[in-house]
Design a protein around this ligand. Structure first.
Ligand code: UDP
Ligand code: MG
Length: 336
């Protein structure tokens, strides 16, 4: 059998301080890999020196390939682009900031060689993250677990290895609000786990401020669960039951007890309460509706402005020459 070919996909967003060290450690890992490897760096619209450094790395080492977006499309899209263009028998996704040690990739590959098709890297411990981040992250995984039927193992990030079969299945999923770590479990296949210790960010700051984290959490929940929508029904039944009990109770109380339930304060409070709840559910419906709207527009998931190191025949054919059956649609405009 031919030696396997392994792809490593790294999303890059303002990581100029990290890139040289990332390359150093990655190239050491790639040297050790049994087989050959490619390192796909996806620039997600960083405007610092990241892209420049990535081009230099590609010039120096042809295993390094570069995809650059026309603007920031987000972490999940960067991962998607890397997976779309990866050629390996396995594809591993890992963050750039060295929180996830690249050396663990060797262990993931071992698990793959033992027959696993999705190998999840599970954080056994997180070092050097604020309690807030650790707490919100662990809450997030538990809420997702409670609300969806999907068994996303608690405390896994996007750091994982996927077999070619899994990648091909995942490439067919072209939804816009994508939650890759859920999708790679959703497609099924044989899973295994490798435990590792998550370190501190090597340099720079987290690119996930609270606002992005919340949006990410909303995408995670809404793309795999209707529970928030169904909660309205449950609450509706609860309040309807309450009114069935309270209406006769109020009438009886007024008949036998002149001063019962006088005043408007209680009326105001209940109107505000119910109005609030209705608005919340209107908002939740809006969340789903907005997502439906985004999906039906069928825009491309991301737009690539530059590619280095990919096979020009399959990837870079200009549209006018794409007439015969020989040529596939370039992947970045292929949305279905
Ligand atoms: N990232 C990205 N686009 C974004 C935000 C982040 O490609 O809009 C990349 C970032 O460069 C890093 C990975 O996603 O490689 C994870 O980001 P970060 O380490 O900042 O998140 P955290 O580990 O703090 O959750
Ligand atoms: Mg990080």
């Amino acid at each position: 059998m031919n030696k396997p070919f392994h792809s490593i996909v790294v999303p890059i967003y303002f990581e100029e301080e990290v890139l040289p060290e990332l390359y150093k450690r990655m190239s050491a890992v790639m040297d050790k890999i049994n087989g050959t490897a490619e390192l796909i760096l996806v620039n997600d619209g960083s405007t610092d020196r990241s892209l420049e450094i990535m081009r230099d790395l590609h010039a120096k080492d042809e295993r390094v390939k570069v995809i650059s977006f026309s603007r920031n499309f987000g972490h999940q899209m960067a991962i998607t682009a890397g997976i779309d263009l990866a050629q390996g028998d396995t594809v591993t996704v890992i963050d750039a900031d060295l929180q996830d040690p690249p050396e663990v990739i060797l262990e993931l590959i071992e698990a793959w060689e033992d027959g696993a098709e999705v190998v999840l890297a599970v954080r056994e411990k997180r070092l050097g993250e604020t309690w807030f981040k650790t707490f919100t992250a662990s809450m997030f995984y538990r809420v997702i677990d409670g609300m969806t039927e999907l068994k996303i193992p608690v405390d896994t990030g996007d750091f994982r290895l996927m077999d070619r079969k899994v990648v091909n299945a995942l490439k067919q999923v072209r939804e816009h609000h994508r939650f890759m770590r859920g999708l790679s479990v959703w497609v099924g296949f044989k899973q295994a786990e490798v435990k590792y210790i998550r370190h501190e960010r090597y340099a720079g700051e987290t690119k996930y401020p609270l606002k992005k984290m919340l949006r990410f959490a909303k995408d995670g929940i809404t793309s795999f669960s209707y529970v928030p929508l169904q909660m309205a029904t449950t609450l509706g039944f609860v309040f309807a039951a309450l009114s069935f009990i309270s209406i006769p109770a109020i009438i009886l109380a007024r008949l036998y007890w002149e001063t019962a339930f006088l005043g408007q304060a209680s009326t105001f409070a209940s109107v505000l309460f119910l109005g609030g709840i209705q608005l919340i559910f209107l908002g939740i419906i809006g969340e789903y509706l907005g997502r439906i709207y985004n999906e039906v527009k069928r825009r491309p998931l991301y737009i690539v402005s530059e590619k280095l190191g990919f096979d020009p025949l399959t990837m870079d054919v200009p549209p006018r020459r794409r007439t015969g059956p020989l040529y596939e649609e370039p992947i970045e405009v292929m949305i279905n």
